[in-house]
Design a binder for this molecule. Structure first.
Ligand code: AHR
Length: 511
């Protein structure tokens, strides 16, 4: 078989498209904040020092939720350092990334920036060097209306209305030996329970994320989640998952098939959470917060101890190629296909640090290759995710055995079908989409993100080398929509439908 077939039926769906799946991550790491989203004096900076060019790109990307302030950074962070008059804020050592943290950018600046982007916060609290008390103080500052010590301090800082932050991460990667103040699963499970309890007393309307494993490669993966959740299941709404897919360690076919591992991880974490629910006799079901995911050649990173003390250093400023765009597209497809159990997902990170947006200090901002599959998916994945029935040729991978060359997801919204498809193979892949059950198509289109040279990148000198481009050749004949997916490509195939189910239009694509 050298072609693929998808069958779509509106009667079979995964669930609604959860908008929080298009989340991102701003950590005080490298140049994500300083000279990334924030650079006073830059020609594009507004009066608050926020780079308008980056705000515009984040909006164009369709980012819906942003995790902040870390990451490993949060585990040694004192949030009080980043609020109030900028001139009074202390400069501190950030132990996570050996950075000099000026605290010029903090909670208030982040919330102002987030308002400009039009996204929702996913706020992390420090459960490394701190605990219940500081998390309680922080939520009193952000969410309590006024008349108390911390809420009045917020008002004194010029913010009369509470921020009303809904989603909170209880620490970050607490299983990691690199984490400042790392914990055993028992220690963390207890602390997460007590912190959640205190935070919910201040604001019962919040949603809480417990830390799962920082990677499937952790020796405690699986047992960590089970032990932590046995302590805090009733208090939390999500269990987190993190994963980075390495382009340089291992075989290329396994890298292109990284989404297989993401799928196994989602299913493994859900199985573990449901196992705890069964043990506890709970009918409540948790969702996964996949709050760090991306392509990152982690094996090339020398580790935290290889870094020298600096402010806004250049750390892991990965330059992504066309193949990375296909991998990122397949990861988004996997998240969509699990929209029934994945409620939040944050690509890590937003600017400069393993990021879809690159900037230069004093210079331009541009879109990396991986920006494009994210922006297309965030813009077009609307309504309901349909269950995709697919057959496709297989490719051999060292890590996952035989894997289909095709990854695909589909959404249906108000007469608009969007099919997101990745061809992982190095040959063009003809695809037939069986649209049984859908009304008559009145217009179809096909956009691809690919390059004949899969190592092509977008750089400061050539920022638009890899961009989405429309492909001719998509056709509809009766119930069959056909097109060809270029080698190693991310694709968006759209169909518009009239409401009545009459005979299908024949002939070539109308756009
Ligand atoms: O995103 C970079 C780092 O990766 C984060 O700080 C940490 O949580 C993860 O290990």
């Amino acid at each position: 078989m050298d072609s693929a077939k998808l069958t779509l039926d509106p009667a079979f769906e995964v669930g609604p498209v959860e908008r929080r799946l298009f989340g991102s991550f701003v950590e005080h790491m490298g140049r994500c904040v300083y000279t990334g989203v924030y650079e006073p004096g830059h020609p594009e900076a507004d009066a608050d020092g926020l780079r308008r060019d980056v705000v515009e790109l984040a909006r164009e990307m369709g980012v819906t939720a942003v995790r902040y302030p870390g990451g490993n950074f949060v585990s040694n962070y004192e949030w009080e350092d980043g609020v109030g008059p900028a001139a009074e804020r202390p400069t501190r050592l950030d132990l996570a990334w050996r950075q000099i943290e000026t605290n010029a950018f903090g909670l208030g600046e982040f919330m102002t920036w987030l308002g400009a982007v039009g996204a929702e916060p996913v706020m992390a609290v420090n459960l490394g060097t701190r605990g219940v008390r500081e998390a309680r103080d922080l939520i009193e500052y952000t969410n309590y209306p006024g008349g108390t010590r911390w809420s009045d301090l917020r008002i004194k800082h010029g913010v009369r209305e509470p921020y009303g932050i809904k989603v909170w991460c209880l620490g970050n990667e607490m299983d990691g030996p690199w984490q400042i103040g790392g914990k055993t699963a028992e220690e963390y499970g207890r602390l997460a329970f007590e912190t959640a309890k205190a935070m919910r007393r201040v604001d019962p309307g919040i949603e809480l994320v417990a830390c799962g494993s920082s990677s499937v490669r952790m020796p405690t993966y699986g047992s960590w989640e089970a032990t932590v959740l046995e302590h805090c299941y009733d208090q939390v709404d999500y269990i987190s998952a993190h994963a980075y897919y390495d382009a340089v360690s291992g075989d290329r076919a396994s890298y292109l098939a990284s989404a297989v591992e993401m799928e196994q991880q989602i299913e493994g974490v859900i199985a573990t959470a449901d196992h705890v629910a069964a043990k506890l006799g709970s009918r409540k079901r948790l969702k996964v917060s996949f709050d760090e995911w991306n392509v990152w050649s982690h094996s090339l990173f020398g580790g935290e101890n290889s870094l020298d003390w600096a402010h806004a250093p250049r750390i892991i400023e990965e330059e992504y190629d066309a193949a990375a765009a296909a991998v990122v597209g397949s990861l988004l497809i996997t998240l969509l296909n699990h929209a029934d159990r994945v409620g939040i997902a944050c690509q890590a990170q937003l600017a400069n640090v393993i990021a879809p947006i690159r900037t230069e200090p004093g210079g331009p901002a541009w879109r990396q290759t991986i920006f494009h599959p994210f922006a297309l998916t965030a813009a077009h994945a609307r309504g309901r995710v349909l269950r995709v029935q697919a057959t496709a040729p297989a490719m051999a991978t060292e890590r996952y055995g035989e894997v289909p060359v095709l990854a695909a997801a589909a959404t249906l919204d108000d007469g608009e079908l969007s099919v997101f498809a990745v061809n992982r193979g190095d040959r063009p892949l003809p695809i037939e989409i069986d649209l049984r059950g859908l009304p008559r198509a009145t217009g179809i289109s096909h956009v691809t993100v690919a390059d004949d040279d899969t190592s092509a990148r977008n750089t400061e000198r050539e920022p638009r080398r890899v961009e989405p481009r429309a492909l001719a050749g998509a056709a509809i004949d009766g119930d069959r929509l056909t097109t060809v997916l270029p080698p190693i490509s991310f694709n968006l195939v759209k169909g518009a439908f009239t409401e009545d189910r009459g005979p299908h239009a024949g002939g070539p694509a109308s756009r």
